[in-house]
Design a protein around this ligand. Structure first.
Ligand code: BG6
Length: 498
């Protein structure tokens, strides 16, 4: 198959913009935002006259810039930024020192933006814990910085958008009292991944998939994110969240909407998002008595790899020894509409699994009659696999004849990577930051989508809330109890990446 490479540097150039980062001394800024901005600048996708204004406290500008530079070396070594280039880049930086709760911080910020001649557009990135989102929006609003009279004012927030339906509604309501919904960009970094975006192109720019993309040909769909890491340093967040809230409610359900949606009438943010929400509205509500059969929750126990001993979740720093938080979760959804009636969508994710792989597996029905029934290797169901990461690309798994004087069957995999060496695959943050700057909200979650996905999961959260125990799996294995039962009736069962 011909290699379909995507060029990262293609895109609409942006106007000079003030990029204000709240929480500019934090991990997200160092690991993701600054490397993405550097790449955009190099590609000509960030206007060189733009300014990056960090809002932080208790740090001098020099120490802050040093930590950003170190972050580049640690987390984005492929960028190869030499001292001189860094000096040049750091001329774009300004700093406003202050507390997020104090009005002075926002008046100082307003004064700082005012001093930048001709810079009227501003993006405010909240790289801070969600409890600060409303405080920041109010701070901006009160000093007139949310006002779009002269240029755009866009506020970017990161998940989690609430911890359940009620808190999500409250957050949306508070933000919408201070900002217009069109100014709020809710980042779901999964939607910025090349292969996720490419789903829309594969589906709607090709005519061969559409006739197959329905209940007549597809048996079931699996959308997964397996991770080999544990929870690392995030016990505080993860203990309250768990895998369902962390990955399924947002990233994987968002991907599900892209897989299942109808073609939008045009490729605009609202047309696409209106189709996505229809999918969520068609998801069959969970009945309390069925939740046990339709979900899996499990937690990693101790284990080992060839060269490492892996701690159990309950032995991780900051985790309660009797925690029942799930580090693996799976949900079997049904979408009650004409296209998908009877096709299970099984979304699963877990930490401390053997590999880090994220995939969308479209599993087709078996042929109506098996001519090769008596052969040694019976044919296996066809699958179309979209690899989200690593090795972004698409794979078609079919059956073929073994070479030689036999009609025995072997699996044939046709693989089309997006790029041979990965260099053309853009980082999700580059894509999403660029979209914010150009005002394209297609890949951002709208308030109603967020609320709808929480509302679907509400019965599961309620059922899981008071559990007193949780199943365990050995770290570094796929031995997750309950997964085979969850796939009952699905052709060829659980597709473990490999
Ligand atoms: C985050 C989750 O949203 O996504 C993490 O909070 C998870 O727990 C991460 O590890 C996975 O993202 P990626 O892009 O590394 O697959």
């Amino acid at each position: 198959m011909e290699n379909v490479a995507i060029k990262a540097c293609i895109g609409e150039p942006t106007e000079p913009t003030n990029i204000v980062i709240f929480g500019a001394g934090g991990d997200l800024t160092r690991r993701k935002l600054i490397p993405a901005l550097v790449k955009m600048l190099r590609c000509g996708l960030l206007h060189p006259k733009s300014k990056i204004i960090g809002v932080l406290k208790d740090r001098s500008k020099e120490i802050w810039l040093d930590s950003l530079h170190q972050g580049m070396l640690d987390f984005a070594p492929e960028i190869e930024m030499h001292e001189e280039q860094w000096q040049e880049f750091s001329a774009m930086f300004k700093m406003v020192s202050g507390d997020l709760q104090e009005e002075k911080t926002y008046t100082d910020l307003a004064a700082s933006l005012e001093s930048l001649d001709g810079h009227v557009n501003a993006m405010f990135y909240c790289a801070v814990p969600p409890r600060w989102y409303t405080t920041i929006a109010a701070g901006l609003h009160n000093v007139g910085l949310a006002n779009e009279n002269a240029g755009f004012r866009r506020v970017v927030i990161e998940k989690p958008f609430g911890m359940d339906l009620e808190s999500a509604r409250q957050l949306n309501q508070e933000l919408q009292e201070l900002l217009d919904e069109s100014q709020i960009y809710r980042i779901d970094h999964y939607l910025g991944k090349e292969s996720v975006q490419n789903l829309l192109v594969y589906r709607f720019a090709n005519s061969i998939l559409e006739p197959l993309w329905n209940r007549n040909f597809i048996d079931h769909i699996q959308i997964s994110a397996a991770e080999s890491n544990g929870i690392e340093y995030r016990a505080n967040y993860y203990e309250k969240s768990g895998a369902l809230r962390d990955m399924i409610q947002n990233h994987l359900m968002q991907v599900m909407t892209l897989v299942a949606m109808e073609p939008p009438v045009e490729f605009t943010a609202d047309a696409v998002r209106s189709e996505k929400i229809k999918v969520l509205r068609a998801v069959r509500p969970f009945k309390t008595e069925e939740i046990k059969q339709q979900t899996v929750a499990a937690q990693y126990g101790a284990g080992n790899t060839e060269d490492e001993t892996l701690k159990a979740y309950v032995s991780e720093d900051g985790v309660s020894p009797d925690s029942v938080t799930e580090t693996f979760s799976a949900v079997r959804f049904h979408i009650d509409n004409w296209r998908w009636q009877g096709v299970p969508f099984i979304l699963w994710t877990g930490k401390r699994l053997p590999q880090r792989v994220s995939e969308i597996v479209i599993r087709f029905r078996n042929p109506p009659f098996n001519l090769f029934d008596t052969h040694a290797n019976p044919p296996s169901a066809n699958s179309l696999v979209f690899r989200v990461h690593p090795d972004e690309g698409i794979e078609l798994r079919m059956n073929a004849k073994m070479p030689g004087l036999t009609t025995d069957i072997q699996r044939m995999v046709m693989r089309a990577p997006y790029s041979e060496n990965g260099e053309d695959v853009s980082d999700a943050y580059e894509v999403l930051l660029h979209d914010v700057l150009t005002g394209d909200a297609t890949l951002f979650s709208r308030a109603d989508e967020v609320e709808e996905s929480w509302s679907i999961l509400e019965p599961v959260l309620t059922a899981w809330k008071d559990r007193i125990s949780v199943e365990r799996y050995r770290s570094g294995t796929w031995d997750v109890p309950g997964m085979d039962t969850l796939f009952e009736g699905c052709v060829s069962g659980w597709h473990k990446p490999g």
